[in-house]
Ligand binder design. Sequence first.
Ligand code: DQA
Length: 150
Amino acid sequence: MASTHKRLLLLHGPNLNLLGTREPAIYGTATLADHVSRATVVANGLGYEVDSEQTNDLGALIGMVQQAGVRYAGIVMNAGAFTHFAWSLHDALKSAGLPVVEVHLSNPAAREPWRHESVIAPVAIGTIAGFGGESYVLGIQALVRHLESA
Ligand code: DQA
């Protein structure tokens, strides 16, 4: 059965507002707005609306997750560096009771050891990493597939 509210939340954590100029050798030259508009086109084609929020503030991100349950069918999240230590974000996602797809532009598993742990992964339905902006598109597609098959 398809989800009743066909609206997805795309959440971006710290420093992702700098995409375009931030370490382009790792993250590329596309901006966050570029990634979001590509992912939104794909979601719309699948019949879903998308809202996108970026914050550098952990408390604000937790607040967005806490509010998500009433409006959204699921979350695609790139938590940035919060991925690697923010257990309070893990707890918020667990309580939200929504399917979450974890996405990363780079492949943290192939980078510094401190990036190898994800506190998001245990509360996500799956993780997509290493495909640049395509990770957001794949994340949307995976989430919609999950929702439509539920
Ligand atoms: C990131 C990977 C994280 O390790 C890093 O802290 C980021 C970006 C990614 O999309 O590749 O800010 O989440």
